[in-house]
Design a protein around this ligand. Structure first.
Ligand code: ARG
Length: 583
């Protein structure tokens, strides 16, 4: 049983079926694809014979029956049976165990990062506006975008994570106007984001009575866009630096990094070329003094304005210049914009402008929208858009602090002896928010409910972390190092783990899970995997002793525990969730 094990169980099975089918052509081989069986009792992998039957002009049930009769079980495939138009196959338990446990401990793809796939993926995420607090939408974009990036990278793609900071244009000019009128250097030094937020609110209320403020703001943009070295430019640099420094705190706590911080201002000198390209494509029209691209022919009523009548540019102009820049720099297969669903029209317009220009890029830009974060209104009991007492914004650090304080309290109750409790509370608290955000499909609204998020028995971050910590605890009590590698399972008799098929089949599904998550830009698929793996390993440990088993069995189970722990850590890591070894 120490013979080498197949690198890819599913591929092996496909070859076995191909041999049984006498498949000759590439098209026939391609037609043999496996999917998870509807019911695990039927087998470990199912093959729907429809496509192959069509190529051969036979009825699918007939083909399935022929295949099942002709298939020769081998050291990997234990049985092949027909069920109507489907063929169900079962792996030998020994091969399954060796493949999964060794694969994980050895660091084989897909359990560990794959070699380069040649794909290039651009992910535009987080992208807060400077001189304004991070709002919950930016938190979601940050958490979802970072997870999507890690998943693609794990699959071997070259990933360009970009923070497209909102650091240009009218919103920023309003801030600058407010600062010039009411700014207070001392307050700014004390708490930059809070002071800027106060100023922004002040501006909004004053501008209602005094529309001249908006004219002032517009004059500031023109001054900034003139490119001159003036007061506006200095102010812009200053507010931008302060904001970036303030955002760094939450980014560090969330473990989020960017490959490029190229905000809207970065495209200041790239917009003219983009405009020229639109004009050259013959789709730029002048409408009431403004330069626009009409999109009616593509079913979009609202034209895309690329230059206002006063000559200034807009959010769209910079997004267009950014798309061209990214295309030229990163040769992306896809450009994903992880931005709230409320910007649906903006991205539809962007893609439509590119489509009207006849740019192949039109098919690569892709809005990845998500729902709102809701908080419970204590008075009415209704779930509403999350907002702080201060108005329509929150200070992310405060929310993270609250999560950590809550976890610290739970630890004091449940495990007062825990060493390093503060560090664990930080990890578990921040992770609970991240996990809660990534738990359901992203387009759904997220309920921000502490009790729910921190429930150690629910489908939560702490629950999965606890499963990983439990596995660490078992290894600690044995003589196995936490970071043990393939040597731990080198002569594993896979048959000893036949009773762990649930855990093993779940782990086997990891690669397909990641592919689906990447394809659909849906980290919740990975969250679901982590919950399932945690559940199956808990269930296994309820019925099987590890440390008290007789020696050969104990070793096999320890290898399983080490592998499950490693894969839980990998899954959590992809989501941006830390896994303490004790909690
Ligand atoms: N700064 C924008 C906002 O806060 C999000 C930017 C998203 N990315 C983009 N390329 N438009 O609403």
């Amino acid at each position: 049983m120490t013979a080498s094990e197949p690198a890819d169980l599913h591929l092996h099975l496909r070859r076995l079926l191909a041999a049984a089918a006498g498949a000759a052509s590439d098209a026939e081989l391609q037609a043999i694809q496996l999917s998870p069986p509807k019911n695990r009792a039927h087998g470990d992998a199912a093959f729907g014979t429809f496509a192959l039957a069509k190529l051969r002009g036979v009825a699918p049930p007939q083909l399935a029956a022929n295949l099942a009769a002709a298939a020769r079980p081998d050291e990997v495939g234990e049985s092949v049976t027909a069920a109507g138009p489907f063929v169900n196959a079962r792996f030998r338990r020994s091969a399954l165990a060796r493949h999964v446990v060794l694969g994980v401990l050895r660091g084989d793809a897909p359990f560990a990062r794959a070699a380069s796939s040649g794909k290039s993926i651009v992910i535009d995420f987080s992208s807060p506006n400077i001189a304004k607090p991070f709002h919950m939408g930016h938190l979601r974009s940050t958490v979802i975008g970072a997870a999507i990036g890690r998943i693609w990278r794990h699959l071997g793609a070259e990933v360009h994570g970009i923070n497209h900071l909102g650091d240009w244009g009218m919103p920023f000019a309003k801030m600058m106007t407010a600062w010039m009128h009411w700014g207070d250097q001392k307050e700014l030094e004390k708490s930059p984001m809070r002071h800027m937020f106060e100023l922004y609110k002040l501006y909004s209320s004053k501008a209602k009575e005094n529309p001249a403020l908006d004219d002032e703001a517009a004059a500031h943009i023109r001054a900034l866009e003139s490119g001159a070295d003036n007061e506006e430019r200095r102010m812009w640099q200053f507010l931008r630096d302060e904001s970036l420094a303030a955002f760094q705190g939450p980014y560090d706590r969330l473990g989020v990094t960017f490959d490029h911080i190229t905000g809207e201002s970065f495209f200041e000198d790239k917009m003219e070329a983009a405009m020229a390209r639109v004009a050259a494509a013959g789709v730029l029209e002048v409408d009431d003094g403004a330069e626009v691209v009409k999109l009616d022919s593509l079913g979009i009523k609202v034209p895309c304005i690329l230059r206002k009548s006063d000559g200034t540019t807009l959010y769209h102009t910079r997004d267009l210049a950014a798309a061209f820049w990214r295309e030229a720099q990163y040769h992306p297969d896809r450009i994903l914009y992880v931005v709230g669903a409320e910007q649906k029209l903006h991205f539809e317009q962007l893609a439509a402008v590119l489509a009207r220009m006849g740019e192949p890029l039109a098919k690569k830009v892709e809005h990845v929208p998500f729902g709102l974060i809701l908080a419970k209104n204590e008075e009415t009991g209704k779930w509403e858009k999350f907002a702080s007492r201060g108005g329509n914004a929150i200070f992310l650090d405060e929310v993270l602090d609250e999560a950590v304080a809550n976890v610290r309290r739970i630890i004091t109750e449940k495990n007062p002896e825990l060493a390093d409790a503060d560090r664990v509370a930080e990890q578990v608290g921040v992770s609970a928010i991240v996990f809660n955000d990534l738990k359901n499909s992203r387009i759904k609204d997220v309920k921000f409910d502490w009790e729910q998020m921190l429930n150690f028995d629910g489908e939560t971050g702490p629950y999965v972390q606890f499963a990983a910590a439990r596995l660490s605890g078992i290894l600690r009590k044995s003589d196995v190092a936490l970071d043990a590698g393939a040597e731990l399972a080198a002569d594993l008799d896979g048959a000893l783990l036949a009773d762990a098929e649930d855990v093993l089949l779940t782990m086997l599904d990891f690669g397909a899970t990641l592919e689906r998550a990447a394809e659909q830009s849906e980290p919740s698929i990975v969250t679901g995997f982590a919950i399932q793996l945690a559940g199956s390993i808990h269930a296994y440990l309820r019925e099987h002793h590890v440390l008290r088993a007789e020696p050969a069995l104990r070793d096999a189970r320890l290898a399983l525990v080490a592998a499950a722990r490693r894969l839980l850590h990998t899954s959590l890591g992809l989501l941006g969730v830390a896994a303490p070894d004790e909690m």
